[in-house]
Ligand binder design. Structure first.
Ligand SMILES: NC(=O)C1=CN([C@@H]2O[C@H](COP(=O)(O)OP(=O)(O)OC[C@H]3O[C@@H](n4cnc5c(N)ncnc54)[C@H](O)[C@@H]3O)[C@@H](O)[C@H]2O)C=CC1
Ligand SMILES: CC(C)CC(=O)C(=O)O
Length: 367
């Protein structure tokens, strides 16, 4: 399908291809929908096999952010950036300075933050060129790395999903298979270990595996074995599309609850999970803790208030799963319905861009 056909099919607003020869920057900014407010979504840096893969990831992630921000009750639209490159080798200051200027050129339509392969330090560099960035250092009055807060939300959402499957939200004694133990899942494993869950983990990064084995007595398995291990919960916390025709038949888990974006390769895989009786916590509902955290910056960041809002992920998962049960529809469809209904209701309200004649992020710099 051509880019314009794809953008028309899912009603995207804008796709920006950014290049800076001197720094090697090759970035794709996708803005899906700004009905609820400026598009907010992180910047992912990854070694994509092709430019087409990078563009597809940016588009899928951006639309996911529209649904995530709407379902979380935020006055934010959906957008995302991918930077093509190896985050371990290809980063430099001028790359993120150039990227910050491209964001500034969008005049507040897109606000960025961290995602896979980018860090608070990268956001601090971007902040030198534009105000339209969140998740920057607390020294600037910001919220810092969103990952630990995302993990807290996933932990709360997992408890709600476990309650739907087993009748109690206790994770004590439950076995959780965690795929990808990076920024978010390291902190998720800490919560799970503290509550007495047993951990089975895998990651391409052997140092990341070693850390959770040593700290949380996790059992390490090979990359492809994570799907078929005996467990109660499968927690996808790596990249997307891990729920597909090849992997779903291997699953033994009764619950799927993880941080990764775009876990379903295609929507129909959500139908398959529903038919199998597996409780699927929709990815953009359970992993909304990070964006809820950085969105609190719009009011002048208050960590206690932000964490209180993130605890609401538990209620949101309960609400989606009860709609799924009541109406006999897959949980991903119940989540989509909630998000789409809010966007439709807000379509005619005043834009969140210019409350009190100021972009919603300018309040931060006035505090
Ligand atoms: N950082 C945040 O606050 C948020 C992150 N997410 C999503 O959560 C997921 C994880 O994000 P982070 O922890 O920030 O990224 P990260 O890059 O720190 O961790 C991802 C880990 O997955 C591993 N990995 C990649 N492919 C793998 C595979 N095939 N099998 C096993 N491990 C694999 C990587 O080696 C890495 O250690 C991503 O999908 C991200 O988009 C969603 C919401 C917020
Ligand atoms: C604050 C960011 C981590 C938000 C985002 O990009 C996400 O939730 O995927």
């Amino acid at each position: 399908m051509g880019i314009f056909s794809y953008m028309e099919k899912y009603d995207y607003e804008q796709l920006v291809i950014c290049q800076d020869k001197q720094s090697g920057l090759k970035a794709v900014i996708a803005i899906h929908d700004t009905t609820l407010g400026p598009a907010l979504g992180g910047t992912r840096m990854w070694t994509y096999a092709s430019e087409e893969d990078a563009i597809e990831d940016a588009l899928r992630l951006a639309r996911g952010m529209t649904y995530k921000n709407a379902a979380a009750g935020l006055n934010l639209g959906g957008g995302k950036t991918v930077i093509i490159g190896d985050p371990k080798k290809d980063k430099n200051e001028e790359m993120f300075r150039a990227f910050g200027r491209y964001i500034q050129g969008l005049n507040g339509r897109y606000i960025t933050a961290e995602d896979v392969g980018t860090t608070v330090e990268d956001m601090d560099i971007i902040y030198q060129e534009t105000n339209y960035v969140t998740g920057i250092s607390p020294a600037f009055g910001s919220s810092g790395n969103p990952s630990p807060v995302t993990a807290y939300g996933v932990y709360k959402g997992m408890k709600a999903a476990v309650k739907a499957a087993f009748g109690s939200d206790s994770l004590a004694g439950k076995t959780v298979a965690v795929q990808g133990v990076g920024n978010v899942a390291y902190h998720l494993c800490k919560h799970l270990h503290h509550e007495g869950a047993k951990l089975i983990v895998t990651d391409l990064n052997k140092e990341a595996v070693k850390r959770v084995v040593e700290e949380f007595q996790a059992k390490a398995v090979e990359i492809d074995d994570i799907y078929s291990v005996e467990c109660d919960i499968y927690a996808p916390c790596a990249l997307g599309a891990t729920l597909n025709d090849q992997t779903i038949p291997k699953l033994k888990a009764k619950v799927i609850a993880g941080a990764a974006n775009n876990q379903l390769k295609e929507s129909r895989h959500g139908d398959v999970l529903h038919a199998m009786g597996i409780i699927y916590a929709p990815d953009y509902v359970i992993n909304a803790g990070g964006v809820i955290n950085v969105a609190d910056e719009l009011e002048g960041y208050n960590r206690e208030r932000a964490l209180k809002k993130v605890e609401g992920v538990y209620d949101n998962i309960e609400r989606v799963l009860s709609i799924s049960e009541r109406d006999g529809i897959p949980s991903y469809k119940a989540a989509d319905r909630l998000a789409e209904e809010r966007i439709a209701r807000m379509r005619n309200s005043r834009s969140q861009f210019l409350q009190n004649e100021h972009h919603i992020l300018t309040r931060r710099s006035r505090m």
